[in-house]
Design a protein around this ligand. Structure first.
Ligand SMILES: [Zn+2]
Length: 371
C-alpha cells in the first residue's frame, strides 16, 4: 500500500467537480486510471436513463486462477456545495476550506478501492475475478445503482461497498427496507365566511389521517414519519387540496409493509369521513440489507480484518446506500467504513489513517479471496 499515492489520488479526486448528475469528469478520470491498472472498462447508459452527463463506470479483470471473485463499489457523485473543493491536509486530517463539502463521501471510497486493488496487483499474487462499479446519482436516491444491469456482471462471491462512516472495521450488514409515502386529499373549495358548509376541508381530512397514524419509532426495527404537509390557498377559502409526504423504514419487510398499510388505511378512512377523495403515491425506495454473518461476503470481510489485526464489527444502520440495491438483487453486499465524518456539511473531514486502513482492507479482501 502506497500511502503517498493514496493521498495524492484522494486529493486529486475531490478537486474534480461531480455534484449529482455532473459526474462526467470523474468518470473520464476513472476510465483512464482503471485502464492503466489493466482493467476492461465500460460505461453504462444509466446517465441517459436518469438525466446525468455520465453513466456508471464498470471495470473488470479476469482472475489468474479459479478463486473467489470480488466486487467493489463506491459512488462518484457528491452533494452540494461540491464544486471547486480546495482540500487542506493538516495533522493527518483532510478538510475542505469550509466553503464546500469535502466529497470524502464518496471519493474516499473510490480512492481506497483504487489503491487497494492497485497495490494488490503489484505484488503478483493469485486472484479470482475482480469487478468494480463506480456509480452516479447515489445522493439523489441511489439512482445509478438502481439503473445498473446486475445480470451483466460476472458471478460475485464477495461484494464490498465503501461508503460509510467509522473506520473500516465497521461493516454494515443490516439496513432497513424503505418506502416513500404521499397522500393528496381532494376536498371542495367554498367561501369560509359565507358558506363554509358547502366546502370539504382537505387540510382537516389530512390532519385527521395523521392523527390516526403511529409515527416515530414504531418498534426496535421500524420507524415512520410524516415530514411535509402542504395545502390551502387563503384563510378565507375552505381548502380543496392538501398533500402529506412521509416514509417508513424497517429491518423487517413484513413490518414496513404493515406500517405502510396502516398509514394508507388512516388516509382512506379520513377521506371517507370528510367526504373527500385521496390519491396515494406509495413506492418502495429500496430493499433492506440483511447479510448473514455466515455468508461468503461477511466471512471474507471478517478474515480480511483479522489479517490487519482488527476485529470486524458487524453493525446495523438506519440509512440507505447503493449496497441496499445490490442486496435487493439477491447478492450479499456489505457497506464498509472509510472514516468519512460530518458528511453533507461544509465541515466534512476524513483522517488519513482511516483511508490507509480502508485501502489495506481492500488489499486483504483480495488476498483472502485469492487463497
Ligand atoms: Zn455516500
Amino acid at each position: 500500500m502506497n500511502e503517498d499515492r493514496l493521498i495524492k489520488q484522494f486529493l486529486e479526486l475531490v478537486q474534480i467537480d461531480s455534484e449529482s448528475g455532473n459526474e462526467r469528469k470523474v468518470a473520464d478520470y476513472l476510465q483512464a486510471e482503471l485502464e492503466k491498472m489493466g482493467f476492461m472498462v465500460e460505461e453504462d447508459n444509466a446517465g441517459e436513463k436518469i438525466g446525468g452527463n455520465a453513466g456508471n463506470v464498470i471495470a473488470r479483470k479476469k482472475g489468474n486462477k479459479e478463486a473467489k471473485s470480488c466486487f467493489f463499489c463506491a459512488h462518484m457523485d457528491t452533494v452540494k456545495p461540491g464544486n471547486g473543493v480546495k482540500p487542506k491536509l493538516e495533522n493527518g486530517i483532510i478538510t475542505s476550506d469550509g466553503t464546500t463539502v469535502l466529497g470524502g463521501d464518496d471519493k474516499g471510497g473510490i480512492a481506497v478501492i483504487l489503491e487497494g486493488v492497485r497495490s494488490f496487483l503489484e505484488e503478483n499474487k493469485e486472484y479470482g475475478d475482480i469487478q468494480m462499479a463506480f456509480t452516479i446519482g447515489e445522493e439523489e436516491g441511489l439512482f445509478g445503482a438502481k439503473a445498473l444491469d446486475y445480470s451483466s456482471l460476472w458471478q460475485i462471491d464477495g461484494a464490498f461497498f465503501f461508503d460509510s462512516g467509522d473506520d473500516s472495521s465497521h461493516i454494515v450488514v443490516r439496513a432497513p427496507e424503505h418506502y416513500d409515502f404521499a397522500a393528496t386529499f381532494h376536498g371542495l373549495a367554498a367561501h369560509a365566511g359565507l358558506e363554509p358548509e358547502k366546502g370539504i376541508n382537505a387540510i382537516a381530512a389530512a390532519a385527521d389521517a395523521i392523527s390516526k397514524m403511529k409515527l416515530g419509532r414504531i418498534d426496535e426495527e421500524t420507524t415512520a414519519n410524516i415530514g411535509e404537509i402542504t395545502g390551502g390557498k387563503a384563510t378565507n377559502i375552505v381548502p380543496d387540496t392538501a398533500t402529506i409526504k412521509g416514509e417508513s423504514r424497517s429491518l423487517n419487510k413484513d413490518k414496513v409493509a404493515s406500517q405502510i398499510a396502516d398509514m394508507k388505511k388512516a388516509c382512506e378512512e379520513a377521506a371517507e369521513k370528510f367526504g373527500a377523495k385521496v390519491d396515494l403515491d406509495i413506492a418502495k425506495s429500496h430493499d433492506a440489507i440483511n447479510v448473514s454473518l455466515d455468508s461468503a461476503t461477511a466471512l471474507m470481510a471478517k478474515e480480511a480484518c483479522a489479517l490487519l489485526g482488527l476485529e470486524a464489527q458487524f453493525i446495523t444502520t438506519g440509512g440507505g446506500s447503493d449496497a441496499n440495491i445490490m442486496n435487493g438483487q439477491g447478492i450479499d453486499a456489505v457497506n464498509i467504513g472509510v472514516g468519512m465524518s460530518k458528511v453533507h456539511t461544509t465541515e466534512e473531514f476524513i483522517a488519513v489513517s482511516d483511508l490507509v486502513m480502508a485501502a489495506n482492507l481492500v488489499k486483504k479482501l483480495l488476498e483472502v479471496a485469492g487463497k
